[in-house]
Design a protein around this ligand. Sequence first.
Ligand code: FES
Length: 161
Amino acid sequence: MDSGKVLTAETLAEIDRWVAKYPEGQQQSAVMAALHLAQEQHGWLTSELIEAVADYLDMPGIAVYEVATFYTMYDLEPVGRHKISVCTNISCMLCGSDQIVDHLKQKLNIGFNQTTADGRFTLKEVECLAACGGAPAMMVGKSYHENLTPELIDNLLDGLD
Ligand code: FES
């Protein structure tokens, strides 16, 4: 595969920047950053993009798929304009993430890994966001939101386009 046909010149240049941080021959250490960049390029990771990353980093495709499917921040299907990643791990669970999840599902009328019909929101369940001190927590896109309540969620989501 010609990675340069799937990944843009800008994405490849950014991947190169990451590869340069590691010793020569250790380019596979940049795989997580490369997948992030590929995802940013397209909005989600197609098989073609994953294969292109594997090819560019000289890794077996299956090894890159393993990374892409293990971490919840990688999207293997199209997502809505706003990706909501709600934590249900231990601290958040103890602080009421069940209620937060129920509220989100009811408000958006979707389940986990689904997108609203208008394409605005995708709901994902994620592991610890490293925001346990502000549990229950979620991310909307790249922004953290902590100490969540149904009212806070309503205010936040109603203000988004
Ligand atoms: S358990 Fe939810 S942020 Fe850590």
